[in-house]
Design a protein around this ligand. Structure first.
Ligand code: GDP
Ligand code: IMO
Ligand code: MG
Length: 429
């Protein structure tokens, strides 16, 4: 049962897309299990840059079957644009399938996302405005429209009538104009016509593949601390980016997950609001932002940058059952000078074992840092650990020792080739 889950171990943008592409060539199936087009997964290979938001990054491998799982929320217009854009870049993509149980994102979700953020005022979450929260709200409220309904014209018409009546009342309460049924139904029916051939019961398909011993890679989106339950609530997304989400969002049971790799940057970033104990507000933070081009793929927002938070990373190892770490963007730290990593949180003189559950407790958290030696050399040509400077090797060793989790892969540049596989034995079972 060679199955592998790839999750973000921090606050997203850890380079999951690159890793899914690197390992996707070995997989029969790549199944994404959470989120929607709030995600932005970048793959750079053969001189081309691909940006994935809904389509699993593994689709660049012609023989791979890429599946949009039931845990996802899918904006049909965004999806079709993404398919067209990617096909224009590479006509021989793998096969795409969409779960009939995935939920559909409509314009009223996007409008409500923006209106709800405005209403939160100073406490806004800093969402991507893609309608993600409102679409998951509908799923939980049991009024969401799923892919299987969307691609059935009679059922779609009936469901949209029901739901739009409710949504229009909400929109008007916020002072917005209601959405006109006929225009919305007409426009979205054209999308449904194009999407229909991709939609099927992917849960059985994935289950059969796992049963048959095929290699199945579960692609995560976002990161552990954006998880609705395990993250820094309420500054989180509305789905489950942690490894357990791979079960919820694809229909496999927990014992079907054999290996879990957690992707983490060699430092930390966060987009949007919310606690970030190791955030840097000085010239070093700015240097990391510039060297790492830390600007969001989806919204272009500047990413908040800070030192590596090992307290958080250790927690991530625990909540995701990580079998190995993938440390990315180690090259970005070249020339930054002496480095710091947080090894403890203190509050009121007490040591904390984990990120506090309540946001108001965060204000009191003081990270305790350990100083580590930096390095100046460029790393992107290294293809084995031995070719890295001693200080960079020590940095990786420190992460391993602290988290008690082996570093399986190191990424030293955005290209598919700029990758050092340290522990191939930790990748597939
Ligand atoms: P994801 O959301 O986790 O897939 O990550 P994003 O694609 O949003 O952001 C990661 C960014 O880092 C992308 O622009 C990648 O091309 C880039 N990248 C990936 N790995 C490396 C690396 O090791 N070094 C550098 N410098 N950039 C990387
Ligand atoms: P990938 O998969 C980084 C953040 C948003 C915001 C919060 C809630 O590329 O790592 P939402 O639109 O989901 O309701 O926004 O979550 N966020 C991400 N941050 N990477 C992502 O995805 C993210 N997806 C959502 O910035 O703070
Ligand atoms: Mg991203």
């Amino acid at each position: 049962m060679p199955t592998l889950v790839i999750v973000g171990a921090q606050w997203g943008d850890e380079a999951k897309g690159k890793l899914v592409d690197v390992l996707g060539g070995q997989a029969d199936l790549v199944v994404r299990f959470a989120g929607g087009n709030n995600a932005g997964h970048t793959v750079i290979t053969g001189g081309k840059t691909y940006k994935f938001q809904l389509v699993p990054a593994g689709i660049l491998h012609t023989d791979t079957i890429a599946i949009i799982g039931s845990g996802m929320v899918v904006d049909p217009k965004g999806l079709l644009e993404e398919i067209d854009r990617t096909l224009a870049q590479k006509p021989d993509l793998g096969t795409l399938k969409i779960s009939s149980a995935a939920h559909v994102v409509f314009p009223y979700h996007r409008m409500l996302d923006v209106l709800e953020e405005e209403a939160r005022g100073e406490n806004k979450i800093g969402t991507t405005s893609r309608g993600i929260g409102p679409a998951y709200q509908d799923k939980v409220a049991r009024i969401g429209i799923r892919m299987g309904e969307f691609v059935n014209p009679t059922i779609f018409e009936q469901r949209l009538h029901e739901v739009l009546a409710v949504k229009n009342r909400l929109l008007m309460m916020f002072g917005s104009e209601p959405i006109e049924f006929d225009a919305l139904f007409k426009e979205y029916s054209t999308y449904a016509d194009r999407i229909r051939p991709y939609v099927e019961d992917t849960e059985m398909f994935v289950a059969d593949a796992v049963e048959a011993g095929q290699k199945v890679l579960f692609e995560g989106a976002q990161g552990a601390f954006l998880d609705l339950d395990s993250g820094t609530y309420p500054f989180v997304t509305s789905s489950h980016p942690v490894a357990g989400g791979a079960c919820l969002g694809t229909g496999v049971g927990p014992l079907a997950l054999q290996r879990v790799l957690g992707v983490c940057k060699a430092y930390t970033t966060r987009v949007g609001s919310g606690p970030f104990p190791t955030e840097l507000h000085d010239a070093v933070g700015e240097q990391i932002r510039q060297q790492g081009h830390e600007f969001g793929t989806v919204t272009g927002r500047s990413r908040r940058c800070g030192w590596l938070d090992l307290v958080g990373l250790r927690q991530s190892c625990r909540i995701n059952s990580l079998s190995g770490l993938v440390v990315t963007r180690l090259d970005v730290l070249s020339g930054v000078g002496p480095l710091k990593v947080a090894t403890e949180y203190r509050t009121d003189g007490k040591s904390l074992r984990a990120i506090p559950a309540n946001p108001w407790d965060f204000a009191k958290v003081e990270p305790v840092f350990e100083d580590l030696e930096g390095w100046d050399d460029h790393l992107c040509d290294a293809r084995s650990l031995n070719e890295l400077p001693t200080a960079a090797r020590r940095y990786l060793q420190f992460i391993e020792d602290y988290t008690k989790t082996p570093v399986a892969i190191v990424s030293i540049g955005p290209d598919r080739e700029e990758t050092i596989v340290v522990r191939p034995d930790l990748i597939w079972g």
